[in-house]
Design a protein around this ligand. Structure first.
Ligand SMILES: [Fe+2]
Ligand SMILES: [Fe+2]
Length: 166
């Protein structure tokens, strides 16, 4: 409990958490891409996988610019979100229903990331880490764009269903 005494400690803790989350995601996005049957959705996961690898490298730059050291820890929230995605893959046969589930699971992930990077930007600003905040904002924008793209997939799936029912 006494480990996170200052705002700096909190910043390092949150940065270490999202670092672990991004690393876990590189593996998970590859799985989502393989599980998706819509080729465009599969490709979207692949694109975000590449972006995610860049985001891991960007955290290394943030660490360098702030002169801090990351803690070795596991983001248990991301572990849980990924596990839920895996459950869908195990329980639903390949096809549009699984695709819709994968989109929903991925959006939960993006929202976790958006919250994390948003908070990191706010706390980093408070600490005067200008360069770090700019880097973190770049990632935040990528996560938001991914979330929007996923919303389009979710809505498209809904529209196709409505068309079929007519
Ligand atoms: Fe990310
Ligand atoms: Fe993301």
């Amino acid at each position: 409990m006494t480990q996170r005494k200052t705002v700096d400690d909190l910043f390092v803790h949150m940065l270490s958490d999202i670092y672990s989350a991004e690393k876990q995601l590189t593996k998970a996005l590859a799985k989502l891409s393989r599980a998706a049957s819509d080729p465009q959705l599969s490709e979207a996961f692949k694109v975000h996988l590449e972006e995610t690898q860049g985001q891991v490298e960007r955290i290394d730059k943030v660490v360098e610019s702030c002169g801090v050291k990351l803690k070795r820890m596991k983001c248990v929230a991301m572990e849980g979100l990924i596990e839920e995605g895996q459950e869908l893959i195990d329980e639903i046969e390949r096809g549009p229903v699984l695709d819709a589930g994968l989109v929903a699971a991925a959006q939960k992930v993006e929202h976790y990331e958006i919250a994390s990077y948003g908070s990191l930007c706010a706390i980093g600003k408070q600490l005067g880490f200008t360069e770090a905040v700019n880097l973190l904002k770049e990632t935040l924008e990528e996560e938001k764009a991914t979330d929007l793209k996923l919303t389009e997939f979710a809505e498209r799936a809904g529209n196709e269903k409505a068309k079929q029912q007519k």
